[in-house]
Ligand binder design. Structure first.
Ligand code: SAM
Ligand code: SF4
Ligand code: F3S
Length: 462
């Protein structure tokens, strides 16, 4: 595998200038970049950092690959079907490249941080010019320069740079909501999960730059900031302290965060959520399974009883406290009875929403070595069963809000009917209501009149 040669003395700014000149010589106009980020909010945020870097070099952006001079697929490795979708999309780019010889194609992110994936692209997808992983995106201008100047392919999986742009300027397209990474990587090594292998060990950003970034976003009209990390509760400088600092920032905005790990989320976190007015009253707390044997095999390091203790503590103080979660169905060795324990667990907690997935074997993880006798088809049926169960639970849970007034931040048009807006309440519940488009991006008090299984319906509380 070849690495691009970037001499230490070569200043990033000089490279950006050289690339700007090269872009003008090659295209004779402002070149356009199409970038698609798959996977989680962290990856989308990395995509925004890549856009920030490229706009400094003179690129504009397009929503279509048809008129793009640079195509970037920023990939996710969390499940096999995500990876296969990317290979399908790379395949489709071959035809476009045949019609545009100066088109540059780059594939980056979690998927390409795995050597076997980079090798597969090198051997079988010759239309791809640049491959890098989750590190060293600051070298992208140099990689593009090399491709345009020497028509060579550049592969760089070094882990020597920052994970994508740890302190980079992010080009954000949403003025109302913004994500702010507070930490990178993961130390937890859940036995099924590829993330620690492709994102490296945990690293926290210092508090001051985070506070300054949020201050600046709020000054520019942002109404909702979501703090990002694989396990925000292990933020090195104290997560609750960070929430307190951010809550003190002047302005009308709210704070969310994902994800929390149940082994590190405790009473202090719940107390902070309930006492800090700008922090949304909701906790996304991925449980993965409601069966202790499976949780242990997953290396999650908590029991269902410990999880329930957090839920009960929160609901005792605030009966409407909203929880959402992630669930994996069909972990290797899981029996139908153990799966049913998870269904029972959902009934007990009453999540307002879950993100559920069939287990996907990830090469290099511990779980990939475990015997697995249940077919994917069977696991698919279990997943369906779980989703149907959750629908009933959600409809019942959401009905408790009928007659109450929730604070909603509308961010677009609703689908209930013409003239409806949609947004999320403080509790992270989708709410639709009839209202003028001018209300998009403003907090609105909405009186709830009906509960559906995916959302609430309301009217403006006058
Ligand atoms: N760090 C977060 C946590 O611990 O909750 C989750 C991050 S992961 C990117 C998002 C979700 O993907 C996980 O909560 C899990 O439910 C799911 N996931 C991860 N690895 C998976 C796998 N091998 N198969 C199926 N789902 C998986
Ligand atoms: Fe993956 Fe577990 Fe880390 Fe979440 S905490 S990213 S599930 S290893
Ligand atoms: Fe996110 Fe997928 Fe990577 S979920 S951290 S983009 S493997």
């Amino acid at each position: 595998m070849k690495n691009t040669s970037i001499s230490c003395g070569q200043k990033q700014n000089d490279v950006r200038l050289m690339l700007s000149e090269k872009l003008f010589l090659t295209y004779g106009r402002k070149p356009l970049c199409y970038i698609h980020s798959y996977g989680c909010a962290q990856n989308v945020s990395d995509g925004e950092a890549i856009m920030g870097l490229l706009s400094d070099c003179g690129y504009g952006f397009t929503d279509s690959t048809d008129n793009a001079d640079l195509v970037i697929l920023n990939t996710c490795a969390v499940r096999e079907n995500a990876e296969e979708r990317v290979f399908g999309n790379i395949g489709e780019l071959k035809r476009l490249k045949e019609n545009n010889k100066n088109m540059v194609i780059a594939v980056c992110g979690c998927m390409t941080q795995q050597q076997h994936i980079a090798d597969r692209i090198e051997e079988s997808y010759k239309q791809v010019d640049i491959v890098f992983g989750t590190y060293g995106a600051e070298n992208l201008p140099k990689m593009i320069l090399d491709v345009l100047s020497e028509r060579k392919r550049v592969f760089c999986l070094d882990r020597t740079g920052d994970t994508i742009s740890e302190n980079a300027y992010r080009l954000r397209t949403d003025n109302i909501k913004a994500s702010v990474p507070i930490m990178y990587g993961c130390n937890n090594f859940c036995s099924y999960c590829i993330v620690p292998y492709v994102r490296g060990r945990e690293r926290s950003r210092e508090t001051e730059p985070v506070v300054q970034e949020v201050e600046s976003l709020v000054k520019n009209g942002c109404k909702e900031v979501t703090l990002l990390g694989q396990n925000v509760n292990s933020y090195s400088y104290g997560f609750v302290k960070l929430l307190q600092r951010l809550n003190d920032i002047d302005g009308d905005f709210r704070i969310r965060f994902v994800s929390s790990h149940p082994k590190d989320a405790g009473h202090e976190l719940i107390d902070a959520i309930l006492s800090l007015p700008k922090v949304a009253k909701h906790l996304h707390l991925p449980v993965q399974s409601g069966c202790n044997e499976i949780l242990s095999a997953m290396n999650r390091r908590y029991t269902k009883e410990q999880y329930l203790e957090i839920v009960d503590y929160a609901r005792e103080k605030c009966p409407d406290f909203s929880f959402s979660s992630d669930i994996i169905v069909g972990f290797p060795g899981e029996t139908y009875e153990q799966f049913c324990e998870t269904k029972e667990f959902l009934k007990r907690v009453k999540f307002d929403n879950i993100f559920s997935y069939v287990y996907s074997k990830r090469q290099g993880t511990k779980a990939a070595l475990l015997p697995d006798s249940i077919s994917d088809k069977q696991k698919g049926l279990w997943l369906r069963e779980l989703i149907l169960e959750q629908r009933e639970i959600a409809t019942q849970w959401l009905s408790r809000f009928v007659g109450k007034t929730l604070v909603v931040l509308p961010d677009g048009k609703g689908r209930t009917d013409k003239g409806y807006l949609v947004g999320k309440s403080d509790e992270n519940i989708i709410v639709e209501f009839e209202g003028d488009e001018k209300l998009i991006g403003q907090f609105v008090r909405v009186k709830i009149i009906k509960a559906m299984n995916w959302a609430l319906l309301g009217e403006i509380d006058k």
